[in-house]
Design a protein around this ligand. Structure first.
Ligand code: NAD
Length: 336
């Protein structure tokens, strides 16, 4: 009817407006490293878009930001195609979301497999996702996530990060792609800003911004002067050498890589307890974290669960509530 057409017309317009807004802010964040709104504000916009799309699945377009990972690679860097895509993560906002996710995982795995289900929890670091490549134990290539399939070659910049070894030790496989988050801890970030301000320069808005901007610099000398470090949390190519995620993390540590602290759980209740504890203690963590990532441990089970669109079904990010009393990002001068 005319009425239906009018409604779907205005829904279409609302969807397009929301998509435009989300695209604009994604660009500021992923491409320009200069967000104008806080992550919580961005997440609210994104959630509104997702909700509207799920009410109108026929209006979902392939170019919608909900269907894509991150941002496009910057010009000026060579492009790197990821053999194993670098995906995003689905979000859980409450313990109930985790319980629901656990039930879905068990349903998909079946009763027998569910008996040997284990989860790993890790802090979710707020930095920039990168993939390192080691051939015969030598660091040969470093790339950003980019749009998940194609990232930027930032090898020379990553060579300046002291916690990234140029050579692995021990029994490494011939080809290994450790993946993780490059970040700047809170104390060095504040120190860096103090020195900038003393020199009459504008401070950076947050550690994530500074880390991302520092890695995506055309001049490695600038990158070298930034207090960057890395935590590895997974493996792209070469993952088949390990039976589980926790086994892979332990191996990365053996090779001399810096691994994000993790714990293994037998039940979702124990996972929830850990998420709540970290949420209460997040301010004692010396770097910026925005949640806890929960992963199915067994590689076989991960493969059985697979991925949907832009995120694996075997992992979920439990997001913390935004910190109260923090200065709003848009009140701070943002620069690149
Ligand atoms: P995401 O935050 O949803 O989760 C995926 C990413 O988590 C991975 O790519 C990886 O880099 C990271 N990660 C950190 N620790 C990890 C661990 N232990 N294991 C696995 N992954 C780990 O990433 P996304 O897809 O980039 O989602 C968007 C995020 O960016 C949200 O936090 C959003 O608020 C923010 N954002 C903000 C703005 C803004 O304008 N403020 C704009 C766009 C996006």
């Amino acid at each position: 009817t005319d009425g239906d057409r009018a409604t779907s017309g205005s829904v279409r317009e609302r969807l397009e407006r929301l998509r435009e807004e989300v695209r604009y802010h994604s660009r500021r964040y992923y491409i320009e490293d200069a967000p104008e709104i806080s992550d919580a504000e961005y997440d609210a916009l994104y959630a509104e878009l997702e909700a509207l799309e799920s009410e109108h699945p026929d209006l979902v377009t392939p170019d919608s930001p909900t269907q894509r990972v991150g941002g496009e690679p910057l010009e000026g860097f060579r492009e790197v195609r990821h053999a194993v895509p670098m995906l995003s993560l689905a979000n859980a906002r409450s313990p109930e979301d985790l319980i629901e996710w656990d039930a879905r995982v068990r349903r998909l795995l079946g009763e027998e497999e569910s008996e040997r289900l284990r989860y790993v929890t890790e802090l979710k670091i707020d930095g920039l996702a990168v993939s390192l490549r080691y051939e015969s134990g030598r660091f040969t290539l470093g790339a950003t996530r980019g749009n998940g399939t194609v990232g930027e070659d930032v090898t020379e910049n990553l060579r300046t990060v002291r916690s990234i070894p140029t050579e692995l030790r021990d029994d490494y496989p011939p080809v290994l792609e450790p993946r993780g988050e490059v970040y700047i801890a809170l104390e060095p970030f504040e120190e860096f800003n103090r020195r900038r301000e003393a020199a009459g320069e504008r401070p950076f808005a947050n550690p994530r911004n500074l880390a991302a901007g520092s890695i995506r610099q055309l001049d490695p000398k600038v990158t070298r002067s930034r207090p960057l470090t890395i935590f590895l949390y997974g493996v792209g190519e070469g993952y088949a050498n390990y039976a589980s995620h926790s086994e892979a993390l332990a191996a990365l540590q053996e090779y001399g890589l810096r691994v994000n602290p993790y714990s293994v759980h037998e039940t979702i209740e124990s996972v929830i307890e850990t998420c709540k504890r970290w949420a209460a203690e997040r301010e004692s963590v010396p770097y910026q974290v925005d949640g806890v990532v929960v992963k199915v441990d067994s590689r076989e089970q991960q493969e059985a669960l697979g991925s949907v669109q832009k995120a694996p079904r075997w992992a979920i990010a439990y997001k913390f509530e935004p910190l109260a009393g923090r200065t709003k990002l848009r009140d701070i001068i943002v620069n690149v």
